[in-house]
Design a binder for this molecule. Structure first.
Ligand code: BEZ
Length: 237
């Protein structure tokens, strides 16, 4: 019975859905989401609470990588169930006092949403009550330039995210769109890419005989696209 109440109260957007709309106050002013981000990729992510150590390590890492994400046409928006003044005080403390893994004097310039009412967190399934009913889990939504959710990753409270993986996801999703390909396990730009199954691009026989393709079998063909070719379509510079 309790499960039903949770399902009604805490919706879970899915891959392929339009990103739920909201207006919110942030450390960078008001935002209309996702319309303010139309034309850009955006990562909307939540953290459990300000002034906590794992979240601090994550914010310092994200802020340090902000230009790298921007160069891949991807903006960042954070959220927690804390108020604006807590956010401002925490980010100031990070800048003024925290040195971690060679990062110091770190300024967080991307918006951090205040969500004390949990309105946004509930819309995005960031509250997972059996993990914690008053803190957001570490959710990551990858939203494309048309406002469609393209990938979602959730981590529990105790586990800090892998930011190389978040960046890899942004690049791989854009590569898939640009080149009409898929990316295999652990793909990085320059690794061979996957061509769709037979029928979507020629017959199995055609594909097996195509010298550009390396077909392990009729259903599993790869091809080379150089790192430069991939990155020239994705990165601004
Ligand atoms: C942290 O960011 O350190 C943290 C936050 C909530 C629960 C556990 C850890």
């Amino acid at each position: 019975m309790e499960q039903d109440v949770n399902l009604q109260t805490f919706s879970m957007p899915r891959i392929g859905d339009a990103a739920p709309k909201f207006v919110a106050t942030t450390t960078q002013g008001q935002i209309n989401f996702p319309s303010d981000y139309k034309g850009d990729w955006v990562i909307l992510f939540s953290h459990p609470a300000d002034f906590t150590p794992v979240c601090t390590s994550e914010f310092m890492t994200f802020a340090t990588m902000e230009n790298q994400f921007a160069n891949a046409n991807c903006k960042l928006v954070g959220l927690s169930i804390d108020g604006l003044y807590s956010h401002i005080a925490w980010l100031r403390t990070i800048k003024e006092k925290i040195e971690y893994k060679g990062m110091k004097d770190v300024e967080v310039n991307f918006p951090l949403i205040e969500d004390i009412t949990m309105e946004v967190a509930k819309k995005y399934g960031m509250i997972q009550p059996n993990e914690d009913s008053t803190k957001a889990v570490r959710a990551v939504f990858f939203i494309d330039p048309k406002g469609i959710i393209r990938a979602i990753i959730y981590y529990p409270l105790s586990l800090g995210r892998n930011f190389d993986e978040l960046y890899r996801v942004v690049v791989a999703l854009q590569a898939a769109d640009e080149f009409g390909i898929a990316t295999p396990a652990d793909w990085r730009p320059g690794d061979d890419v996957i061509i769709g199954p037979a029928g979507s691009c020629g017959t199995a026989k055609d594909r097996m005989e195509d010298s550009e393709l390396d077909c392990k079998d009729w259903f599993f063909c790869t091809k080379k696209i150089s790192k430069e070719t991939i990155l020239s379509k994705i990165l601004k510079k």
